[in-house]
Design a protein around this ligand. Structure first.
Ligand code: SF4
Ligand code: SF4
Length: 199
């Protein structure tokens, strides 16, 4: 694994440590941050997920060789579902229009994240506070509540931006994977790319 990807991994671990410290601090103050998320819970893995190029590269580099073909096929399936809708071209597509597509993240297999240790900030910071059924049911999803930590997330994105000379370039994780697998050319998703500038 090259130096930049090791640094990317450190940003992800650092984010987890900051979240843990924040939650411990809040618990001490008598206002614990309650999260519903547990292993085997994956309803959110069919929602739009933007990542930086480095996060996607880390995931791609971590796919074991024997798994690559299966992941490539899941990426291809995601493309077949999403591209014709035109939703991928939007910076912030509606989660409520996206979910019924059933465009599962290609890194999900048998209800488990196959890249859990390397999952991006977007997944780590997506922490439900309401009942799990609110994530599972498309109608109830409107009422789900989240434990948001915007300052910690912004700090992590800023750290990721330091790893890319022009600022952090974002698009859908499966779109990055499609590019890396050579399934699409960059122009297919050119409208969906957006930049977060270095501060
Ligand atoms: S956000 Fe919702 S679906 Fe995703 S892991 Fe948490 S509770 Fe489960
Ligand atoms: S990277 Fe893992 S946790 Fe994130 S959406 Fe994909 S399968 Fe789910």
């Amino acid at each position: 694994m090259n130096d930049v990807l090791n640094k990317t991994r450190r940003v992800l671990r650092d984010f987890d440590e900051r979240v843990k410290a924040f939650r411990q601090d809040e618990a001490r103050k008598g206002r614990p941050v309650v999260a519903t998320c547990t292993k085997g819970c994956f309803a959110c893995c069919r929602e739009p997920l933007h990542t930086s190029r480095r996060e996607a590269e880390l995931i791609f580099a971590s796919i074991p060789e024997p798994e690559k073909e299966a992941v490539r096929q899941r990426v291809s399936k995601w493309l077949d579902i999403v591209v014709p809708t035109g939703l991928a071209a939007e910076d912030l597509p509606s989660v409520h229009l996206w979910r019924p597509l059933m465009a599962w993240c290609p890194m999900l297999k048998d209800g488990l994240c196959t890249t859990y240790a390397n999952r991006p900030i977007g997944c780590r910071s997506h922490m439900a506070a309401g009942p799990r059924v609110n994530c599972e049911d498309d109608e109830l999803r409107y009422f789900q509540q989240y434990a948001t930590m915007p300052m910690l997330t912004a700090y992590a994105v800023q750290q990721l931006a330091e790893l890319e000379p022009e600022g952090v370039q974002m698009t859908h994780l499966p779109a990055w994977l499609a590019l890396f697998f050579g399934l699409v050319t960059e122009d297919v998703f050119s409208d969906s790319f957006y930049m977060k500038e270095k501060k």
